[in-house]
Ligand binder design. Sequence first.
Ligand code: FES
Ligand SMILES: [Fe+2]
Length: 376
Amino acid sequence: MSTTPTIPGLLQTTQVQSEPAVATAREQVTGVGTWFLRNIWYFAYPGQQLKSGKTVAKTILGEPILIGRDSSGKVFAMKDVCPHQAVPLSMGRFDGCQVECPFHGWKFGVDGVCTEIPSLVDDQDFNVCRIKAQAYPCREVQGSIWVFIGDHTADLPAVPVAPGLTDIKYCQSTVTLMIPTHIDYACAALIDPAHVPYVHNAWWWRSTRNMKEKSKKYIPDDNGWTMVKHQPPGHSIVFKLIGKKIETEISFRLPGCRREYLSYRGRTFLSGISTLTPIDETHTELNHTTYWTIPGTSFISPIVDYFVREFLGQDKTIAEMQEVGLRSKPNLIMTIKDAGTPGHWYFLLKKEWALSRAESRPFKNPVIESILRWRS
Ligand code: FES
Ligand SMILES: [Fe+2]
């Protein structure tokens, strides 16, 4: 149970918060589009876009968070609310070591601990380090900044990564789009194979004219699933041009990460991770980071970004249409087998992750090894 410590001599208005009891957690983990998964890493910001000595303000799961990179290059995250009188710390100054609130000049280290209260006079003995802006675990992995949202910080899970990149040098680029729906709808769409020929029908990708029956093997993997390695479909001009010695592996990880890599004769040449980060109940940030391993080709990043933005823009457009329908809060048939099975698994995985954290027990992957068949 986490509580806010009482600091003698201070008038505190902070509410004491406690974790929901297990029974409450069981009630909370039902319903589509009604709750967020906690105690897990969320993609927060592309590392390349945050220089040393800079900060950026973000809202993640409705929480205002200040993300920064100190003068040594290390990333950090803390609540973007001054614990004194609530002014956002992002509106103050950061000198590369300490954040200064613009209201009364209180300073905080990158760990959120208060280091200075300028109004105190010399003989006013007060231990300022008892005051803290809440710090969040923050990591930079494969050039992306992730923040852990939740109370279970003693035993942090692994940060999701783009696959197939171990011991390989790569270039990378991230495209960011805002999806106007709850993460549950955005995630179901991200891993739904049935929308592909309808939504992604570009001349360079595919159309509904060449729909075929597909059959793919899925296995439970980590806190998600993997569609085992196979040759990519021949519908796209892109794959027709590259030839047949290509293999692809697609996988999913909580909280909303679709990962895919392509290899030629066993060596990865392209990898990507699409991540979903809830901003609030009706906005989800989609970040897609592409990694490519051909040396000296970082200059192609505007071309890569163009195609990724075109492709994901199609998902965004359909989500904007979906948002119109969702306003009437309809009852929905979210998943129809087998094309809907990955979406169904997402809801099972999410629920099991929440319950396993609430019950302090290991996560038990609910995905069942299966061959899924659909037309797309
Ligand atoms: S509100 Fe931040 S120092 Fe007073
Ligand atoms: Fe899509």
